[in-house]
Design a binder for this molecule. Structure first.
Ligand code: PMP
Length: 364
C-alpha cells in the first residue's frame, strides 16, 4: 500500500549527524563537559519537586522560567530592558525556529539567509511551505552586506535569519551589520522580521557584542539563544528568544499547548541558577578553541575566524578521506560547509590532543 506522503517529502532522509560511541565526539558542537555534580544534584531536587505535580499540566506560560531566562540574559548580554514578557522558550532553539516559521512563513512567503549556514534552516522552511533563499557570504564567510540589502529589497522576505556566530563558519556579526539588515527590513512592504540566531553567543570572543542590545529599538528584531551549548544542556532541550512583547504574542498563537513539560521547566531553572559555575567551562572551551585555531594555522591550514565552540578548517582535496581517517582513530568530526572544508567541535584538552595527533597522521 502506498502512503499518501506529501510529494515534496517523498524519498527524503531525516536530518541528523551520526551518533557514534567513539573516543572524541566532535561533530555536533556539544559542550564536552558533563554538568558538574552540584548542578546534577540541583536538577534532581528540582525535578523531584516537579514530579509531585505531574498529574497536572505544566504552567503553559512558564512564568518562572521566563523570569530566570530574563535575569540571565540581562546579565550575560549587559542589557537592562529584558523582562519575562520579552522571553519566549521552546524545546531547543530548533523548536523556537519552527514557531517563527509557523508564525511568519507560509505559502507565497520567503525566508532569506546567508550561505553557508545552519543546515536546518531550509528544513523549517520546507515544513511550513515557505520559500527559502540564500545570499552567498564573502570568501572569508563574513556577511556581504551590500548583497544582503539588495536581496532584501528584491525578494521582500518576511523573515531574514542570520546566525551569529554562524554555523558552520563561526563568523559573528557586528552591530553595524545587524543595523544595516534592520534598515533594509524596515523598508519591506508588508513587514519583515530579522532573527539573529545566537546559539553560540556565550563563546564569542571578548568584545563581540550580542544583538540583544538592539531589541528595544526594533519591534521586528528577535534574538534566539539556546541552553544546548554553553549550559552543557543539549540533552535537556531548551532554546529561547528575546524580542518585544508584541512579537512574542504572535509565537504564542502557534505553539502547542503545554509545549514545555514541567520536567523541562524544572531542569532548566535548576541549571540557570548555576550559570556562574557553568561559565567556567565556557571559558575553558574558549581557550581551547583559540589554541586549536592557532595550531591548525601553524600546520598550514586555513581556519575561518571563529567566535563559536567549533572551527571550520581546510581546504582538503579529499575531505571524506580525512573524515574517515580521523574516525578510524576514534575522532568524529563533521563534513560540512563548502567543498574541501571540515568542522571540528571543541572538546576537552584530551580530546583535542587526540584530534591533533590523528589529523597529523591522516594528512602526513
Ligand atoms: N542554531 C544553530 C546555528 C545551531 O547550530 C543549532 C544546533 N546545532 C541550533 C540552532 C539548534 O540548537 P538547539 O535546538 O539544540 O537549541
Amino acid at each position: 500500500m502506498t502512503l499518501p506522503i506529501r510529494p515534496d517529502l517523498q524519498g527524503l532522509k531525516p536530518y541528523g549527524a551520526p551518533q557514534l560511541d567513539v573516543r572524541a565526539r566532535l561533530n555536533v558542537n556539544e559542550n564536552p563537559y558533563a554538568p558538574p555534580n552540584a548542578v546534577v544534584d540541583a536538577i534532581a531536587q528540582s525535578v523531584r519537586k516537579a514530579a509531585q505535580g505531574l498529574n497536572r499540566y505544566p504552567d503553559r506560560d512558564f512564568a518562572g522560567l521566563r523570569q530566570d531566562l530574563a535575569a540571565y540574559i540581562a546579565q550575560e548580554s549587559h542589557v537592562d530592558f529584558v523582562e519575562p514578557r520579552n522571553i519566549w522558550a521552546a524545546n531547543g532553539s530548533n523548536e523556537v525556529m519552527l514557531h517563527l516559521h509557523q508564525a511568519f512563513g507560509g505559502p507565497g512567503r520567503t525566508v532569506l539567509s546567508f550561505a553557508p549556514t545552519y543546515s536546518m534552516y531550509p528544513e523549517y522552511a520546507r515544513d511550513t511551505f515557505t520559500e527559502y533563499v540564500t545570499v552567498p557570504r564573502k570568501e572569508d564567510f563574513t556577511l556581504d552586506v551590500d548583497a544582503a540589502v539588495a536581496a532584501i529589497r528584491e525578494k521582500h522576505p518576511v523573515m531574514v535569519i542570520v546566525a551569529s556566530p554562524n554555523n558552520p563558519t563561526g563568523t559573528a556579526l557586528s552591530l553595524d551589520e545587524v543595523r544595516a539588515l534592520m534598515r533594509a527590513a524596515d523598508e519591506v512592504p508588508g513587514g519583515c522580521v530579522v532573527v539573529v540566531d545566537e546559539a553560540y553567543a556565550e563563546f564569542r570572543r571578548w568584545g563581540t557584542p550580542s544583538a540583544a542590545s538592539l531589541v528595544p529599538q526594533h519591534p521586528n528584531l528577535a534574538v534566539s539563544r539556546t541552553m544546548s551549548k554553553a549550559f552543557a544542556f543539549a540533552g535537556a532541550r531548551l532554546g529561547y528568544l528575546i524580542a518585544h512583547e508584541t512579537f512574542i504574542d504572535v509565537l504564542k498563537v502557534v505553539r502547542l499547548p503545554y509545549h514545555l513539560s514541567a520536567v523541562t521547566q524544572a531542569t532548566a531553572r535548576a541549571a540557570l541558577a548555576h550559570h556562574r559555575a557553568l561559565q567556567a567551562q565556557v571559558d575553558e572551551i574558549r581557550a581551547e578553541r583559540d589554541d586549536t585555531v592557532e595550531w591548525l594555522r601553524a600546520q598550514g591550514w586555513t581556519v575561518a575566524d571563529t567566535d563559536a565552540n567549533f572551527a571550520l578548517f581546510g581546504p582538503f582535496e579529499d575531505r571524506e578521506r580525512v573524515f574517515q581517517g580521523l574516525l578510524e582513530r576514534g575522532v568524529l568530526i563533521r563534513v560540512t560547509g563548502p567543498e574541501g572544508w571540515l568542522r571540528v567541535s571543541i572538546g576537552t584538552p584530551q580530546e583535542m590532543a587526540l584530534f591533533r595527533s590523528a589529523l597529523l597522521e591522516v594528512t602526513s
